[in-house]
Ligand binder design. Sequence first.
Ligand code: F6P
Length: 472
Amino acid sequence: MSRVVAVSNRVSVPRRGTAPGGLTVGLMAAMKSRGGLWFGWSGEIDDNATSAVKVVRRGGVTFATVDFTPDELQKYYQGFCNGTLWPLFHYFLGDFHFVDEQFDAYMAVNQRFARELVRQLQPDDVVWVHDYHLLPLAQQLRQAGSDHPIGLFLHIPFPQLESLRALPVYDELLCAMLEYDLVGFQTDRDLKAFLTAVEHLWGPGAITADGVVRVGTHRAQTGCFPIGVDVEGIQGEALKAAPGEACQRLIQGMLGRQLIMGVDRLDYSKGLCERFRAYERFLETHPDSLNRVSFIQIAPLSRSDVQAYAAIRRELEQTAGRINGRFADTDWTPIRYLNKNFPHDVLMAFMRNAPVGLVTPLRDGMNLVAKEFVAAQNAEDPGVLILSTLAGAALELPAALLVNPYDCNGMAEALQQALQMPLAERRDRHASMIEALRRNDIDAWHGRFLDCLREAAQVRHRGTAALRTDAA
Ligand code: F6P
């Protein structure tokens, strides 16, 4: 079996005591079962970042990382990735800006990644690129001489054409994306949005019925590959960590109250302010719940140097403070808002103990926390998932209590419904959701993507060979 080379902006070399994000969990599962190389940014900044690649091996996976210069961090990561593409792709046009030199830095980092990566590649490797940071990487890798199968999976939404057009270089980026053999999306909506943009630029003739985009000499297969979770692994983690100190302290601190649980990176797309306000509305309109529930929101800090993230952090602190000031009692803190991170197994144990999981992003490619919450539950007495209709996961989990994250009253009522839901209904909803998760688990996700990528590359190679024969 050929080696899988994963490439993402940030590489998370496994360390104890940290909770990896969705991308990391998904990728580690793919890499562990197949072995391979993971290439990307170390997370470190070095004033004189040389081109030296640091290589370490952990659990059968090789991690090859580079540092960024302060300039790359500021213009590429904070600038074009998280000040331009992130807000645009999540429909936050108010936070979106475009600066030419940040785009230049984005292209330059992609070029630098390609230059370094190509030296690490072996002839039979399959290259799997992840997310919006690296849209032009295949183009740069081809220019650096790579003829490997190269696929891209976009973890975040792909915006509708009318939003996408706000980006002055959207055509350049789309053109670069066609150099991948396979471009994969989380949902059919994202895939359709991409194909609409392709049609806008190159006409309907550029797309074949089976989702292949052909423009000039480029041929890119497209497809929908919703990311899944490791259902059995999560169950095992939750059970293992439940007797541990962290989980026991959480349970004791609840004093028999019902736990409402949220776990998100601190990001404005996660809808945390709206969620806090909905909880406040719930307490206002259901006074019998005072002192009987507790909402714990875990929100590790993220991208703090980007202005919009600092602003949302301030707003959340104020809102949590206001809610506690308004409703707290001598023996009750209505909302506990923690900017700290926990190991993944501890989070799974927390979720298993929560009668309600509150996952209400304003926009999300998938949202793996929603799937993890369902996977972590005890099937005999499962908690209820309240899920935003604007998360990709809602398409696979219609048995969750679906809410519009902007609808304060609707979310407050969903909280009441979840807390009161009879056991039989909770079991039915959970059974239907866990079945969907098992059908499309993490192994199915990477298996399907990599099979499709190999096939797409073979078709390209056959096409190239046929052209050579014709020419001869
Ligand atoms: O889900 C989107 C994403 O950017 C992932 O690619 C990444 O793992 C996660 O969010 C964390 O982002 P960052 O590396 O910017 O902290």
